[in-house]
Structure formats: C-alpha cells, structure tokens
Design a protein. Structure first.
Length: 280
C-alpha cells in the first residue's frame, strides 16, 4: 500500500511563488490592488485565471481575484489540468488538505464524494484519487483565494485530462447538482498559447478568449482541437463553463490579457494569460 500524508505539502512554494508568508501576502495583495475594478453584469459564479509563476502571470490573476476580493464562499471548486500522465480522465486529491505558506486549505471530502457518485451515476466515470502529485496549476490558485476571500473555505479539487465534450457536459451537470444550494465559487486554471512569437500568440489567444466570452465550452474545445487557439486547461475551462451554466450563469467577461513578454521582455516565444469572470 502506498503511503501518503493527510496534508499535501507544496512542491512549488519558493519557486513558482514566495515561500515566505509575509512576502507572499504582499505580492498577492499588490497584484489584486493593481488590477482595475470592473463592473460586472451580475453575481460572480466562476473565474478563469492563469497558472504560471507569479512573476509572469500574477498581475493577470489579480484581475480575476479582484472580482471576489472581500467575498465569502463555503467551498471553492478548482478545475485544473493534470500536466503529468494519468490513465484517468477525471481526478481529485487523495489528501485531506493542501498546504501553502498561508496555511492549510481543507478538502471537502463529503462533497468530493458526492460529486464523484453523481458523476458515476451519470457517466460511469469517477473522480480518481491521486496522491503526492506535483500539479502546479491547481495549487497556484490557492494563495490568491486565501488572500482574496475574507473567511476560510473548503476545497473541491478536480483535475481534468479529457476533451471529450459529452463526458465533460454530463460531468458538469452532475457536479452542479451536487453544488446546488451551497455557496460556492468555481475557478478554472489555464494558460493560453505557448511559445509562439507575441504577434502569433495574441492572434491565437484572441480566438480562444472569444470562445470563452461567448460562453462556448464547445468552442473552447474545438479551438484547441483545430489549432485555432490554445489553452492547456481547455478541458478544465469547458467543465467549469458547463457547470456554471447549470448553476444559472449566463455571461463571461474578459478582464485582462497579457503574455510572459510583459514581465520578461522577450517576445520571441511567449505564453499567454487571461483573466475572466463568469456571472449570473
């Protein structure tokens, strides 16, 4: 039997973001405070935020989390890709909490199990447990949530390794059924195009962002499949958009777009980042 500790320790603190709590607080707060306030057409149901190291994508992430600064949610459902190999389409953590330099975020195990059961009833698939993972894209959202939200929250982590539209839409309906009546925030973690020159990246990112703002999970998956635009978390974004729709959301607003060149000055091969809010 493989052993894993109850708390998942961060494999990226000190590299992707500061491991000193005071420095981390100041850095995140500066990103959120620098973000221009945007008047949204309704209540925030979900966010789409990037997951590069904070040096590169922190400011864009700040635009997403500015929308929920001072808010309170019982649970945050974070949808991310899993960049490492797994034979499974849908995964969740085997741990009972995630640790960041700002403290532990407890996993809502009963809600995870309820989601998994409803997914199984609808699709035959389940949320497979994974332990001791090194996935950065999910964890990197947590310190932003810890600083933006005013009360502690529990976490439902869902890692996605499929672009199967039928599976994702059915999974979203099952998740939404599990969340109804709860105070929840959905977060999809994704970067955009990778390693094109800045002009090409901006064009590709524009197409992908247009599909997101059109509230089209089908379009997000098609753009990725056809090479019209790219998002390493396309499956996670599609799953979050469908879940939001089943929870009554109707609009997606683009808040900010940037590339790694804004931080590095190197426009020859960039990574794109977007921040968006989903409202009802």
């Amino acid at each position: 039997m493989n052993y894993y500790p109850p708390v998942r320790r961060s494999p990226i603190a000190g590299a992707w973001y500061p491991d000193n709590p005071d420095l981390l607080k100041r850095e995140i707060d500066s990103y959120i405070d620098q973000a221009a306030a945007v008047t949204l057409p309704g209540e925030v149901v979900g966010l789409i935020a990037p997951h590069a190291g904070y040096f590169y994508s922190g400011l864009t992430a700040g635009y997403a989390y500015r929308c929920v600064k001072g808010h309170s949610y019982d649970t945050c459902v974070v949808f991310s890709p899993l960049h490492d190999y797994s034979p499974n389409d849908l995964l969740t953590t085997a741990h009972e909490a995630y640790a960041t330099p700002l403290g532990q975020v407890p996993v809502d195990r009963p809600l995870v199990q309820a989601c998994s059961q409803k997914i199984a009833d609808a699709t035959g698939e389940v949320l497979h447990n994974i332990a001791n993972d090194r996935e950065h894209s999910l964890e990197i959202q947590l310190p932003f949530l810890q600083r933006a939200l005013v009360t502690p929250f529990t976490l439902v982590p869902i890692m996605v390794r499929t672009h199967n539209a039928r599976l994702l839409e059915s999974t979203a309906r099952a998740i939404a059924d599990s969340l109804k009546g709860k105070t929840v925030l959905l977060v999809a973690s994704t970067d955009l195009s990778h390693f094109y020159n800045e002009n090409e990246a901006n064009s590709l990112d524009s197409t992908m962002l247009q599909n997101m703002t059109a509230f089209s999970p089908e379009g997000v998956l098609k753009a990725e499949r056809c090479g019209e635009g790219f998002a390493c978390g396309a499956g996670a974004v599609a799953l979050m958009l469908w879940t939001s729709r089943f929870l009554g959301a109707s609009q997606v607003t683009l808040l900010h777009h940037s590339t790694s060149a804004d931080a590095s000055g190197d426009s020859s091969g960039v990574v794109g980042y977007g921040a968006l809010a989903v409202t009802r």
